[in-house]
Design a protein around this ligand. Structure first.
Ligand SMILES: Cc1cc2nc3c(=O)[nH]c(=O)nc-3n(C[C@H](O)[C@H](O)[C@H](O)COP(=O)(O)OP(=O)(O)OC[C@H]3O[C@@H](n4cnc5c(N)ncnc54)[C@H](O)[C@@H]3O)c2cc1C
Length: 418
């Protein structure tokens, strides 16, 4: 049995479902093939940066996310062992200053987020299939996907295949797009906790003490997504039966008294750890196929931008598709060009943030102390926060050079601004 579509989307997570909803609303015939039968907590993104929230507005999806429980955060605090908690709290950063009309980052549980977009795509008229096994993906001038669903093997053809199938993208492999990856910098583990009512529900926070750095993003109702960074040498530090307990105990920090509420909270999902790194593709398209989201390459989660990146991919690719009937590869060159520079800038920014927050020991501690002092005297020292919150395009190109890294981190020039 063969069916014909305008677009077949492999992967019905954030990127796949958002693109399906947008293009189905534009009147295109869409097939979405999603592997899972239920969206589960895999410790994935739940914090959307203000510039990503702006992208959801441009896509007409913002109200949907808010009605599904999206929760805005109002301020950011950076705790650190080199300063008193009161000092950290006094210099809290308001989060409504970065993008006009956006009150701050938006938090929404990842499984709920995926399901909300998946349902929206179905309501918009896309054909949604899940529990699907995709067995063959062929790009080229006659794109085709073979899959098994409900015990039946089918072939579908389309004008274009969108690969929205995440980090290990089968679409990327099938159309021979090379993925580049840099070396992991540190370990990064995440856990969802419930019962943290003592945590201010509008405050996100990060902080470093001894050999552990934390991040906390409340979702409302006492639920908080917490992350921890630690050294690559300690990759099994939180493995095993008591891993979640040991992980939460690591949040008890003298420099961050509110963390007691996190340490006392209950795990509400799995504790999963990752090697934090960046990955990118030179051209996220080939004849008959375009990659979006993590499939096209990802940013180090230390700066929490994968969702914002994915929403921007969806917005740019759908604008191109809606603007022309000629969907041959040349149409996607502006997307590739913009994405390459966007990811280069975010890679640069994530490396600075990783060096500052997730390196440990005396030299790193001294550097953080000086960084706070220098930032207080000259706000430009911490300007990379604008790339994270307002978007990498809001800063001039000279903020992403080896000289800039040397200036911010006070280290020898590496020549690496790739
Ligand atoms: C530890 C960690 C923390 C993070 N925190 C944040 C954060 O706070 N904020 C943020 O913005 N980003 C964060 N991210 C990144 C963010 O989660 C991703 O960038 C985002 O989920 C990418 O969306 P996607 O749709 O491209 O891919 P995914 O969310 O990975 O979705 C891919 C979908 O494709 C399906 N699929 C895969 N293979 C196939 C196949 N062969 N056939 C059919 N379907 C398939 C999967 O089941 C899934 O539903 C984090 C990532 C990690 C690892």
């Amino acid at each position: 049995m063969t069916a014909e579509y305008d677009i077949i989307i492999v992967g019905g997570g954030i990127g796949g479902s958002a693109l399906a909803a947008t293009m189905a609303k534009a009147g295109k015939k869409i097939l979405v093939l999603e592997k899972s039968t239920v969206f589960e907590d895999h410790v994935r993104g739940e914090w959307i940066a203000p510039w990503g929230v702006a992208e959801t507005k441009r896509l007409g999806l913002y109200d949907l996310l808010v009605s599904a429980g999206g929760h805005h955060l109002a301020r950011h605090v950076t705790y650190d062992e080199t300063r008193k908690p009161e000092e950290a709290e006094a210099s809290a950063l308001p989060l409504d200053i970065f993008v006009e009309g956006i009150p701050g980052p938006l938090c929404i549980g990842h499984p709920k987020h995926c399901q909300t977009l998946y349902d929206e795509a179905g309501r918009a008229g896309a054909e949604m299939r899940r529990g699907v096994n995709v067995s063959r993906i062929a790009g080229g001038t006659a794109p085709e996907v073979e899959f098994t669903h409900d015990g039946e093997t089918r072939t579908a053809t389309a004008r274009l295949i969108i690969g929205a199938d995440g980090r290990a993208s089968a679409t990327r492999a099938a159309v021979n797009i090379e993925l580049h990856q840099d070396k992991p910098h540190h370990m990064f583990a995440g856990l969802l906790v419930d019962g943290a009512e003592g945590w201010d529900k509008e405050m996100q926070a990060i902080g470093t003490e001894d050999d552990f750095a934390f991040l906390a993003f409340p979702q409302g109702g006492g639920r908080v997504r917490v992350y921890g960074s630690y050294s690559l040498d300690e990759r099994r530090r939180f493995a095993g039966e008591n891993g979640a307990r040991a992980f939460l105990d690591a949040f008890r920090m003298k420099c961050a008294p509110p963390n007691e509420a996190l340490a006392a909270a209950k795990p509400a999902g799995p504790l999963l750890s990752y090697f934090n790194n960046d990955a990118w593709t030179d051209e996220p398209f080939a004849e008959g196929a375009v990659l979006i989201g993590d499939a096209a390459g990802w940013n180090d989660p230390i700066i929490g931008l994968g969702l914002s990146i994915t929403y921007r991919d969806v917005r740019i690719v759908t604008e191109l598709l809606k603007g022309s009937d000629d969907w041959r590869p040349a149409l996607f060159a502006p997307y590739a060009e913009e994405r390459a520079e966007r990811m280069r800038r975010l890679r640069f920014t994530a490396k600075i943030q990783s060096a500052l927050d997730a390196e440990f020991g005396e030299a790193a501690r001294d550097r953080r102390r000086r960084h706070f002092e220098r930032s207080a005297a000259d706000p430009l020292v911490g300007a990379h926060a604008f790339a994270v919150m307002a978007g990498p395009e809001t800063l001039p190109p000279e903020m992403f050079t080896p000289e800039r890294r040397t200036f911010v981190l006070e280290e020898a020039e590496t020549g690496d601004a790739s």
